[in-house]
Design a protein around this ligand. Structure first.
Ligand code: PMP
Length: 425
């Protein structure tokens, strides 16, 4: 029995499904997850010391490549001074200042420990600030696992949604309206019917949890103007896209300013850090200044903040994002060309350091189109690449991530493996 299989069987004895986050279990692609022992730059090594080129990137944080020496050093140095104080630190001010300086829509920011906490807190704040209950989210966008967000669309366009998880009482989601990403007419209709009750729209401004789906021209602009018109808040969930899609996230690419932004992943550099921030007049409604409660024992943890700070510093080096996007272009165009040469229907898209691979003729623009991609083909592609030493995300519906350590040789090795795999699809 392989060491990975042995570990997986052992893990399943004490950990539900053998994993601490469901997508890691390879349920949708089949087979046994690789147990990772260590990682460096663009590579990870599993329990059998097999090396893989990694396009999971810890699901987003590893934008500098794994175990960047400066990040590791910062963590080691911070750890020597103590792991957690439950009191404010100077480093927390520094990371808040770095975020505020780079994202013009953020005037004040609070740190938490995960993306889930960031979105959950931002929504509570939006409700507390507006005094309204209803929220709008889009099918296929994921915002973490807070109860009110585990919802899929109901049967009719403007019916309230159904829970996507057992344990979420229908009463908890009766204020969550689930609409189609990229369909502005539905949002307009929702505001016409419920405008004075809608606290906020939460959206991944580039969706990265239904593969990669970009907003159509006018969609985000439309959300912005509807929110302004009806007095609702616009929340950009940039947990994935923040400092990943570009140096200022999607808000920098589009010039659209949300009222609140949620962040995580990259800002922790691989350690548990999340954040939510935005207009000062809104943020001042949080405790201890205001009556919207939010707190955390490990919020602003000094070791985690040290990793995030040095990551943000390294990302500010001139040319980082241009190089990242250029490598991503080479990867995604190279894959599309090789698929086409082999007669495989595949399309690709990318932005900054994230990409989408779709087994479909064209790049999807909606949840329905993403859902129609050929999952069986993806699964074959995934395993073909894995046995050739290239680790993509183990699901047809996840975005891929590239890092500053994915150099030309790494891309070339990936494309060579893909050529062999496409020939067999
Ligand atoms: N929002 C988005 C856009 C995400 O991609 C994720 C995680 N993939 C979350 C929120 C939740 O973050 P976390 O897993 O850190 O709770």
């Amino acid at each position: 029995m392989s060491r990975n299989t042995e570990l997986f069987e052992r893990a399943c004895q004490t950990i539900p499904g053998g994993v601490n986050s469901p997508v890691r279990a390879f349920r949708s692609v089949g087979g046994t997850p690789r147990f990772i022992k260590r990682a460096q730059g663009p590579y990870v090594w599993d329990a059998e010391d097999t090396q893989y080129i990694d396009y999971v990137g810890s699901w987003g944080p590893a934008i500098l490549g794994h175990a960047h020496p400066e990040v590791i050093r910062a963590v080691q140095e911070a750890a020597i001074d103590g792991l957690s104080f439950g009191a404010p630190t100077e480093a927390e001010i520094e990371i808040a200042e770095a975020i505020v300086a780079r994202l013009p829509s953020i005037e004040k920011v609070r740190l938490v420990s995960s993306g889930t906490e960031a979105t959950m807190s931002a929504i509570r704040l939006a409700r507390g600030f507006t005094g309204r209950s209803k929220i709008i989210k889009f099918e296929g966008c994921y915002h973490g696992h807070a109860d009110s967000l585990l919802v899929k669309a109901g049967s009719g366009m403007l019916t309230f949604g159904n829970p996507t998880s057992a344990g979420v009482p229908p009463e908890f989601i009766k204020h969550t309206l689930v609409l189609d990403f990229n369909r502005l007419e539905a949002v307009e209709e929702a505001f016409k019917q419920h405008g004075s009750d809608i606290a906020c729209i939460i959206v991944e401004p580039i969706a990265g949890n239904m593969n990669l789906v970009k907003p159509q021209p006018g969609f985000l602009e439309g959300l912005r103007s509807l929110c302004t018109q009806y007095g609702a808040l616009l929340i950009f969930d940039e947990v994935m896209t923040g400092f990943r899609a570009g140096p200022q996230g999607v808000q920098g690419l589009t010039g659209i300013a949300p009222d609140l932004t949620t962040l995580a992943k990259v800002i922790g550099g691989g350690m548990p850090v999340g954040a939510f921030g935005g207009r000062a007049d809104i943020m001042e409604h949080i405790a201890p200044l205001g009556n919207v409660y939010q707190a955390g024992t490990l919020s602003g943890n000094p070791v985690a903040v040290a990793a995030g700070l040095v990551t943000l510093k390294l990302l500010a080096e001139p040319g980082f994002y241009d190089r990242l996007a250029e490598q991503n272009r080479k990867l995604t165009e190279g894959l599309a060309q090789r698929a086409a040469a082999a007669g495989v229907a595949m399309s690709t898209d990318y932005v900054g350091g994230m990409f989408g691979l779709y087994f479909s003729e064209s790049v999807p623009t909606s949840f329905a189109e993403v859902s129609a991609c050929n999952v069986e083909r993806f699964n074959k592609f995934f395993h073909g690449m894995l046995i050739r030493g290239v680790h993509f995300a183990p699901s047809a519906f996840e975005a891929g991530f590239i890092s500053g350590a994915h150099d030309d040789a790494v891309i070339a090795a990936t494309l060579e493996a893909a050529e062999e795999v496409f020939a067999k699809l």
